[in-house]
Design a protein around this ligand. Sequence first.
Ligand code: UDP
Ligand code: MG
Length: 318
Amino acid sequence: MISVDIIVPCYNEEEVLETFYKVTEETVSAMAGYQFTYIFVDDGSRDTTLAKIHSLAKAHANVRYLSFSRNFGKEAAMFAGLQHSFGDLVIVMDADLQHPPAMIPEMMKGIEEGYDCAAAMRSTRQGESRFRSVFSNLFYKISNKMSDVKMPQAAVDFRIMTRQMVNSILKLSEVERFSKGIFAWVGYETKWYPYENVERTMGTTKWSFKGLFKYAIDGITSFSISPLRLVSGMGFLISIVAFVYIIVTLIQTLIFGIDVPGYVTTLCAVLFLGGIIELSIGILGEYIAHIYMEAKDRPIYIVKQSNIEDSKERGNGQ
Ligand code: UDP
Ligand code: MG
């Protein structure tokens, strides 16, 4: 028997949780040779999600859960699940049934073939707002250009991983986690499984535009220092242009005397440089913010209650 843990981050998923369990269990219970355990991570839900998880745990022996003291975000929830998993294989998937459980048997074949990871990718972005997909395209273009860690654009957080890969992921102890990058960074052989994106039928998306924007900036700055290089490059270029301009102006002044009108050039130069300097400080600031957050070394999540024995100790994210 191969033991498999299914990690499900849940934030305000009261509407879908029972259906999720039912649908997933129908699929996985038919898979011979595997034994599945669910680890629901309640990410500080404000609705009855935790009560729903309690009743699932009471009714089914294969349901474990962790509940956070507040909302720490999906990244923290996934990490907590990985830290508390013990199976030979680990599956991470969303609670909202946008990650079709029916794909698990097919993806499991990839692992049986010897891959370290079987991951789902969207073949369409249907069911998502136009605005979000444009923004997302732009993010992956920039990010993949700048970083050595290439993230497949259509990748979603639905994957089966071997224990070895999970252990490698757990070694990355950063507080601000960006899983898509981390999955790619640890390496290992991944087999990709395309699927049609489906609209969320129950509950609503937990992402706001602000949240997505922060996610994108974090994604780029966590895995690449190219923006810093860009700033240095810009500074260098501007210095050269300025130097040439100074020489030309000096010579002009020496030969033709002082040409007083110069209001527009001065204004343009001041505004342009001001803008570049602000941008550069902003980019520096993003990195300093990362250093600040990592230096504080706060726990990634705090477990308030759980039916997993050692969760209190591990709850410190250590
Ligand atoms: N989620 C979470 N904490 C959060 C936000 C989301 O645990 O702060 C969970 C959520 O319950 C779901 C998964 O992460 O299981 C994906 O969230 P959602 O469906 O809202 O994202 P989308 O599919 O729109 O990317
Ligand atoms: Mg979703």
